[in-house]
Structures are given as structure tokens and as C-alpha cells.
Design a protein around this ligand. Structure first.
Ligand SMILES: C[S@@+](CC[C@H](N)C(=O)[O-])C[C@H]1O[C@@H](n2cnc3c(N)ncnc32)[C@H](O)[C@@H]1O
Length: 355
């Protein structure tokens, strides 16, 4: 029934998304191949058997995937729907799966064409949900979510994803509201990063009142603002001006100096960095902060080059892993191209208290 996995990504990043999933499929010895189109915002991984498809989508840790926003297993054949009264055909296909689902998500590619389906999906979902309920196809303890992936209103791939090994937000897109008082839209990148990389418990434990933060390339202060909101004391490094309201909180010290030469007097809880610099240059800087014991945790951006972006990410992550391991640190490193990231990815490094 299911012989492919569809992976949603940022438009223009299909090659990176494909390269990453192929490397993992090869690593797990699953014979598979890729079908994709540039700027389509999705990739299909075609797998030879149904059993291998469900093994792959449960075995590969979704959180390992840097360039994938959401994924689900489906059949390669699209269901062709009539122009009106689409529900009967859809329900008939779902019933054939002979299973129950925790929830249903309606997906479409994050392209201009795809976005035109958003209204249709919004209107269609309540009808689908009520039919699924009537037919007793929804079950709160099911491990699977149902996915309907529309490429237009008459073509749909119907599939499933493991609830615990896929994105919680529909299409992997968090609905964050721009905070009215934040100094810049970049603030949403850090807010998304905190939610993605840290569980609710970790957020409470690792970002506490009075903790110290250094923000490299801080102006006008969107990232600093997120930590000030969480009652932390921030040293903001940037030659550019910080938002005056943020400075009036008294929680921020602004130093107009070079981020590559600045060193804190005492180890800080968090290092954050959002500078548009070469990714390897930033990775070396961050590694140095950890190996010289200047910070406990970090969240930072790596701007990606125009070409060989997947290779560049791997090079940076490997460098960080090697340098931190050589320094004898215990750490967890995670990376993701977040929804609010553009030509970049966000990386989070957490170290344990023993370091
Ligand atoms: C993308 S902006 C940061 C936006 C900020 N995170 C926010 O949320 O408002 C990058 C900043 O890095 C600063 N920057 C770049 N290179 C720097 C360096 N070597 N030292 C200090 N600041 C630097 C720039 O002045 C710029 O303000």
C-alpha cells in the first residue's frame, strides 16, 4: 500500500532534503530512490516494499533531518478526485487502510501555487474530520496521524506518519505571532529555535531568571529580547545600535566591539549568535567558546553557501563535534532549517553540567 515517503521542505532546498534522506536510507541499507523537482518544496523517496517504508519512517529519527519540515508514508499513486463531493472517494481509500488515527493533517507544498490550496484545505478539513469521527476512524491513543497531501484540489496522496516521529505543527510550520515590542522579525527565529530544540521541561530548567547570555551580532536586539523576556541578563555585542526600549529594561549591556575577539570575564549560561558570516568561520568561533569553557549552551545560525549546502552543513557539524569531543565535553548537538530560517540553518548545542 505505502511505497514512498513524501518529505516537505523549504522551496529551493529539495536537493539538500533528498541528499540527507538518501544518505540515511543507504546507511540503514534500504534500497530507495528519489523523485523531485526543483522548487517544488517536496521530495519523494520511493522504496521497494511496504514493510521497508514503515520501518524507515519509524527507524530514522525525524529530529535528525535538518532540511525536512514534515514527512509521511503514502502510496505512489495519487487519488484523482471529482470536482465536487470529494469525501466519498477519500473515505473509501482511508477505510482500505483498516486502521485508526490520532488526527488528520492536510498538507500542500509551500510554494506560491501550493499556498493557493490553503483556503481549500481549511474549508475541507472540518468536513473530513466530522466524517472520520462518524466512521469511528479517530482514536486518541493511536500512534499514527493521517495525512492528505494535495498538489491541487483534485489530486491527493493519502498516507500516514508516526505521531511521535514527525512534526507536531501542521506541515512543520509553527504559527508564531510577531511580538509587538520585539526589535526585529529575527526574534521569531530564536523563538522557534527554543521551542524546537528544547522540551518544555528543558526550557524551564535551562533558561532561568538571572542566567547570563552573550549575543554576538545582536543589533537591533530581536534575539536579545527573547532572553530578556525570560528574565536573563544579556551582553549584546554589535557595532550597530540596539533598540532603545530594550536597553531601558536595564537587563542588557551593549558592547560595540568585534564579536570574533570578544571574550567574557566569566563563563556564561548561553551564547547566541546570528551573524551573516561564513559558516565555517562561525563554527570555529562557537567551538572555541565551548573548548575554552566560556559558555554552557549555544544557539546560532549558519548562513549557507549558494552551492554544496548539505556538504557545508556536514563540514561545520563535524568540526564542532570533533573539537568539543577532543576537549572532553559531553554534549548534544542538533541542527534544523527552521521555518523562519531562509538561506541558513539553526544549530543548538547543549552541554551537561559535568563539563
Ligand atoms: C542579522 S543581524 C542580527 C539580528 C539580531 N539577531 C536581531 O534579532 O535583531 C547581524 C548583526 O551582526 C552584526 N555583526 C556582523 N559581524 C559582526 C562582528 N564581527 N562583530 C560584531 N557584530 C557583527 C551586524 O552588525 C548585524 O547587526
Amino acid at each position: 500500500m505505502f511505497n514512498q515517503i513524501i518529505l516537505l521542505c523549504r522551496p529551493g532546498f529539495e536537493k539538500e532534503c533528498a541528499g540527507e534522506i538518501m544518505a540515511l536510507a543507504n546507511h540503514h541499507l534500504f534500497p530507495a530512490y528519489i523523485q523531485t523537482k526543483d522548487h517544488s518544496a517536496f521530495v519523494s523517496l520511493v522504496i521497494s516494499s511496504e514493510q521497508q517504508t514503515s520501518e524507515l519512517i519509524t527507524k530514522i529519527d525525524f529530529r535528525q533531518l535538518v532540511f525536512t519540515r514534515q514527512w509521511f508514508a503514502t502510496s505512489k499513486e495519487k487519488l484523482v478526485l471529482p470536482e465536487t463531493n470529494r469525501l466519498p472517494d477519500i473515505l473509501q481509500t482511508i477505510k482500505k487502510f483498516d486502521s485508526h488515527y490520532y488526527d488528520v493533517e492536510l498538507d500542500y507544498p509551500d510554494t506560491n501555487e501550493g499556498k493557493s490550496l490553503s483556503k481549500f484545505c481549511k474549508q475541507f478539513k472540518p468536513h473530513l474530520l466530522s466524517s472520520l469521527k462518524k466512521q469511528n476512524l479517530l482514536l486518541s491513543h493511536s500512534n499514527w496521524r493521517l495525512h492528505l497531501f494535495f498538489t491541487d484540489s483534485q489530486h491527493v496522496n493519502i498516507g500516514i506518519a508516526p505521531v511521535e516521529n514527525s512534526a507536531t505543527d501542521a506541515m512543520g510550520i509553527p504559527r508564531l505571532k510577531m511580538p509587538r515590542l520585539a526589535p526585529s522579525r529575527s526574534t521569531l527565529k530564536l523563538e522557534e529555535a527554543i521551542h524546537w530544540f528544547l522540551s518544555i521541561e528543558q526550557q524551564a530548567q535551562l533558561i532561568k531568571n538571572g542566567m547570563t547570555v552573550v549575543d554576538l551580532g545582536a543589533a537591533p536586539g530581536g534575539w536579545t529580547w527573547q532572553f530578556v523576556q525570560r528574565d536573563c541578563l544579556v551582553t549584546a555585542i554589535d557595532n550597530g545600535p540596539m533598540q532603545s526600549e530594550l536597553m531601558r529594561t536595564g537587563m542588557v549591556e551593549h558592547l560595540q566591539t568585534d564579536a570574533f575577539t570578544y571574550a567574557p570575564k566569566k563563563k556564561v549560561d548561553w551564547l547566541i549568535c546570528d551573524m551573516a558570516e561564513r559558516p565555517l568561520h562561525v563554527s570555529r568561533l562557537i567551538a572555541r567558546w565551548f573548548t575554552s569553557k566560556q559558555c554552557n549552551h549555544a544557539i546560532f545560525n549558519l548562513k549557507l553557501p549558494m552551492k554544496k549546502r548539505h556538504a557545508s552543513v556536514q563540514e561545520c557539524i563535524t568540526l564542532l563535534q570533533q573539537q568539543l569531543a577532543q576537549a572532553g565535553l559531553e554534549f548534544n548537538i542538533m541542527a534544523k532549517q527552521l521555518y523562519h530560517d531562509r538561506e541558513e540553518i539553526t544549530v543548538c548545542i547543549l552541554t551537561t553540567a559535568n563539563n
